[in-house]
Design a protein around this ligand. Structure first.
Ligand code: UDP
Ligand code: MG
Length: 340
């Protein structure tokens, strides 16, 4: 029997929770799944929490975690995963837009494709255009900048091996970038088309305003995945280039000054040459960027590593005793899932 943890963040979703619980129970029974369901009440002000209390009293497979206030979806997912006991974690939204009937297909894709993350793709997305359009732009941007070519980075329905979360810190709005963070650490990521439904109760917690914020997050994530442990390589490269341009400009002005001074008494004085100004600016900017790079490196060198994100990722071990090597599964049914 497959043991799985289903993690569901819920912020004011009282009208959807009962049906969602019922649908998950039905799937578990139909497919013989040993499931635990962890709901995270992310600071709801409606009847979400009493309902979760009632559900967990009725069914021992259901557990609930209540935040003191709204901390955001990434924090909710993080708390849920921390409480999860199974080796396979499925995340889904609480608003019934994700279909629990897809759980067996996700599990199958994970096993048959030998993947660590299977990300849902809401190919036929049942949301208004003002959500679909920004989302398309966002997905194209993320795929292009990260190189992790998923159609739907922000799908709530995803399936993971638990170990993925042992190495990734979830905070802020980073839940949208879990596949990227996972891929950057060498986990294999794939995607699967999943059924999507319109929202029936409550209202969406996000709107187009998440697009510019998402872009800023994307820049941060790109920087962190590429240069987290060597920031000077990025900051310093720009700094060095700027410093060199400035130094060359000033060297040219110095030569000009030496050569022309004796022969042409009516030459343009140096302080009236814009090149001097630009070169000085570039030189100072370059020096500052280099210093910033060194400071960033110092912070890394001296910081106590409290983060989960070690500078490496171990796939397996052998000869350590007591550790069961992970089976990767076959490549059998891999046609329905596309690895990226
Ligand atoms: N959610 C949450 N905390 C937040 C925002 C959203 O727990 O701060 C939950 C929400 O209750 C839902 C899921 O995250 O279960 C996805 O949110 P929503 O359906 O509003 O997003 P959309 O589908 O509109 O993109
Ligand atoms: Mg939704």
């Amino acid at each position: 029997m497959n043991r799985i943890s289903v993690v569901i963040p819920a912020w004011n979703e009282q009208d959807s929770l009962l049906s969602l619980y019922q649908e998950i129970s039905d799937v578990a029974e139909r497919c013989d799944l040993d499931v635990e369901v962890i709901f995270i009440d992310d600071g709801s002000t409606d009847g979400t929490w009493p309902l979760l209390q009632e559900l967990s009293a009725r069914d021992s497979r259901v557990r609930g975690i209540r935040f003191r206030r709204n901390f955001g979806k990434a924090a909710a997912l993080s708390a849920g995963v921390e409480a999860a006991n199974a080796e396979i974690v499925i995340t889904m939204d609480a608003d019934l837009q994700d279909d629990p009937a897809e759980i067996p297909r996700l599990l199958d894709a994970l096993e048959s494709g030998g993947l660590d993350v299977v990300s849902g793709w809401k190919k036929d997305r049942k949301d208004p255009l003002d959500k679909r359009l920004p989302s398309k732009v966002f997905n194209a941007m993320v795929s292009w900048m990260s190189g992790v070519r998923l159609h739907d980075h922000n799908c709530g329905l995803k399936c993971y091996r638990r170990e993925v979360f042992d190495e990734i810190d979830l905070y802020g709005e980073r839940h949208r970038f879990i596949p990227i963070l996972a891929a950057s650490r060498g986990f294999s990521v794939g995607e699967l088309v999943v059924h999507h439904r319109p929202r029936q109760h409550g209202h969406s917690k996000y709107n187009w305003r998440r697009l510019p914020k998402g872009f800023l997050d994307l820049m941060t994530i790109s920087f962190l995945t590429g240069f987290r442990n060597r920031p000077q390589h990025m900051i310093g490269s720009v700094g060095l280039a700027s410093f060199l341009v400035g130094a060359l400009g000033l060297a040219w002005m110095a030569i000009y000054w030496v050569l022309r001074m004796g022969w042409f008494p009516d030459w343009t004085p140096l302080h009236q040459r814009p090149v001097v100004l630009y070169s000085l600016g570039a030189l100072l900017l370059g020096a500052q960027l280099l210093c910033m790079g060194f400071l960033a490196e110092l912070m890394i060198a001296n910081s106590v590593r409290r983060s989960n994100e070690k500078p490496f990722s171990v796939k397996d071990k052998t000869g350590f005793g007591g550790h069961a090597d992970r089976s990767d599964g076959g490549a059998g049914d891999a046609d329905q899932v596309e690895s990226v």
